[in-house]
Write a protein that binds this ligand. Structure first.
Ligand code: SAM
Length: 220
């Protein structure tokens, strides 16, 4: 897994042994590393766009892994065979991730571990996925090229209740307060102060930014 980015390494470390599917597998790097590292014994790499799908097939072919990590040209989780208990959905918008899961309730039922890396709408992702019958088992904040990524591992469990702070900042992230986590929110405070220094901001915007700053200060 040495050749994986820090973000993909964080995902790799959360994958349990067994069979897994990577939805939006694109370059295929994660599934190849998981197979070569002995974490998965079989997998599915799903893509719904021709370009990435062709790239994926080429990468798997070069490694002679087409029987071990099966490429599927498909939308989301809808064509996943039974027996796939771990699903990874990374590098997509939060609303797309939620849609993929909601569109296939039958396949969703078999998922025991769900690892997501949403690039936006993260509080909504925590909220919606926990309402689907998962709890948050692990979280990591990764900084790469000045972009902060939140990797969240959900496992199947009774419905959990997460309050507003947990949804916004992550129940585990806000307890752990890693360096990347603190940097992200310290940077955001600087950004907010910068915006607030501008003249003629609408009152509602000033109030919204001050409220966000206050929320951040309570968790830092
Ligand atoms: C930005 S790439 C991320 C690639 C990889 N997962 C990563 O994190 O590095 C997102 C990929 O998801 C694919 N994708 C988006 N929606 C999808 C869907 N509903 N089903 C399958 N693939 C999808 C896109 O075609 C694209 O290749």
């Amino acid at each position: 897994m040495e050749y994986l980015s820090e973000r993909l390494k964080a995902i790799y470390k959360m994958v349990p042994k067994g069979t897994a599917a990577d939805i939006g597998a694109d370059h295929g790097k994660l599934m190849i590393a998981l197979f070569e590292g002995g974490i998965i014994e079989h997998g599915y790499a799903v893509e719904n766009k021709k370009g990435p799908y062709n790239r994926l097939v080429k990468a798997l072919k070069e490694k002679d892994l087409l029987d071990d990590v099966v490429p599927l040209f498909s939308d989301g989780i809808k064509d996943l065979p039974s027996g796939v208990h771990t699903v990874i959905i990374a590098g997509m918008g939060g609303n797309n991730i939620i849609k993929i899961l909601k569109d296939s309730p039958r396949q969703l039922k078999q998922i025991q571990t769900l690892i997501v890396d949403a690039h936006n709408a993260i509080p909504k992702v925590r909220d919606e996925i926990s309402k689907m019958g998962f709890i948050i088992a692990d979280e990591k904040m990764v900084r790469e090229d000045d972009v902060f990524y939140e990797i969240i591992k959900f496992i199947r469990a009774d419905i959990a209740f997460y309050g507003d702070k947990d949804l916004e900042f992550g129940p585990i992230l806000r307890q752990e307060k890693s360096t990347a986590f603190k940097e992200k929110y310290q940077n955001r405070i600087v950004e907010i102060d910068h915006i607030l220094a501008k003249k003629d901001l609408p009152k509602s915007r000033v109030e919204q930014l001050n409220a966000e700053k206050k929320r951040i200060e309570t968790i830092l």
